[in-house]
Design a protein around this ligand. Structure first.
Ligand code: AMP
Length: 394
């Protein structure tokens, strides 16, 4: 059975077509610059990548384009072969602790939650509505980035701010990257040869965005992102944790608006802000290896903040069976993983430096006698969407 996994952004639409339950990717693609002149359409099937440029005015046209490409390239003989469409939805609030079949009520709820994720939920909804229009008889599923973290206990998600903010407005920690933390934790149990019961994991998603999650018995008990994805770790362009009083102080000093100052924390901070060079870890590492002082400072700050969270979650979990690295940096950069493990000397992790050279492949990179294992597991959010879609349409 063919299932389409969709991630709609404000000007992009990413998809993967799976043969399920075999979990085989038949085709994948991306439409960028939707609504702008010269949209870029990239489709890969059987290792063959095609790129075309044409004007795609809106998401409805983008969806039509995806489906016509699938037909034109004979990836499907008929659209009837597609039995389900799964959509990534960033914010499910407290309402959704699992994926759901999309109904009119679900659409209303996702719409209501747009005030908590104004950049993402509206774009996700546009994608959902566009597919509903073109494939009216196909079941659509919403898979939420926040759902995995709904198991956090109240001490982990409540901010010590006025309680009425939580009651009236839902101000609390929600956490993000839930599909990624869920996927790598499930793979980790397989690699460790242990079930979730009694296993304590710290999953470390280090991509452009970054977050750490403490997982006990298969459940998220705390995660570093909060009410929004701005906080927690230092990221490519996001600051992570900073004192909120910095905002009015800098606004006054630089005579700039609240929005500009918040934008600086979202888009001009993190690796980019400190290195004065780039948000891309490959550039930072090049700078580090060439002795560039600003890159070294950015890297050291980055490592410290990851370790601070790992230390905190180690205590929270009362120990840890494995650290799991994933996403662009976590999967590919042995240098970053080693710097983190070196700084965690108190945990006496025995890194296998040869094994730690691995890039983008599932593996255990600690010596067999290391009490805490370190795993590298490439994430696969699209597959989580496809699996949940299969589960809910069956
Ligand atoms: P993601 O958001 O998961 O695509 O991750 C993007 C981040 O991964 C960027 O900071 C990239 O520089 C980083 N990245 C990708 N490949 C490597 C690599 N080989 N070494 C270091 N960082 C990498």
């Amino acid at each position: 059975m063919k299932i389409l996994s969709v991630n709609a952004g404000s000007s992009s639409l990413k998809f993967q077509l799976f043969e399920m339950p075999e979990e085989k990717v038949i085709a994948s693609g991306l439409i960028e610059r939707i609504g702008l002149p010269a949209s870029i359409i990239t489709v890969t099937t059987n290792g063959d990548k095609r790129r075309t440029v044409e004007d795609i005015q809106d998401h409805a046209k983008a969806v039509q384009k995806v489906l016509s490409v699938l037909l034109d390239l004979s990836i499907v003989a008929s659209l009837d072969e597609i039995k389900g469409v799964g959509h990534r939805v960033v914010h499910g609030g407290e309402k959704f602790s699992d994926s759901v079949l999309i109904t009119d009520e679900v659409i209303t709820e996702i719409d209501k939650l747009s005030e908590l994720a104004p950049l993402h939920n509206p774009a996700n909804l546009i994608g959902i509505k566009a597919f509903q229009k073109v494939l009216p008889n196909v079941k659509q599923i919403a898979v939420f980035d926040t759902a995995f973290h709904q198991t956090m206990p109240i001490e982990s998600y409540l901010y010590p701010a006025p309680y009425s903010w939580y009651v009236k407005y839902g101000v609390r920690r929600y956490g993000f990257h839930g599909m990624s933390h869920k996927y790598v934790s499930e793979r980790a149990y397989k690699l460790l040869g242990k079930g979730p019961e009694g296993t304590r994991l710290i999953t470390i998603h280090l991509g452009n965005g970054a977050s750490v999650t403490a997982i006990r018995d298969g459940k998220s008990v705390e995660t570093s992102m909060g009410f929004t994805p701005l906080v927690g770790l230092m990221m490519g362009t996001r600051s992570g944790d900073v004192d909120p009083s910095i905002l009015p102080f800098v606004m006054q000093k630089e005579n700039c608006s609240f929005e500009d100052t918040l934008n600086a924390l979202n888009y001009e901070s993190g690796l980019k802000g400190i290195s004065l060079a780039s948000s891309d870890m490959r550039d930072i590492l090049k700078g580090v290896n060439e002795g560039n002082k600003q890159c070294i400072l950015a890297f050291n700050l980055y490592i410290k903040r990851v370790c601070d969270y790992i230390g905190q979650y180690y205590i929270l979990l009362g120990g840890c069976d494995a650290l799991v690295f994933t996403a662009g940096i976590g999967e590919n950069s042995g240098q970053t993983r080693k710097a983190i493990i070196d700084r965690l000397a108190a945990l006496e992790i025995k890194l296998d430096e040869e094994a730690n050279k691995v890039m983008g492949k599932e593996s255990i990179v600690t010596k067999p006698d290391s009490k805490i294992k370190v795993l590298v597991i490439p994430t696969n959010e699209e597959l989580v969407i496809a699996r949940d879609t299969l589960r809910l349409i069956s």
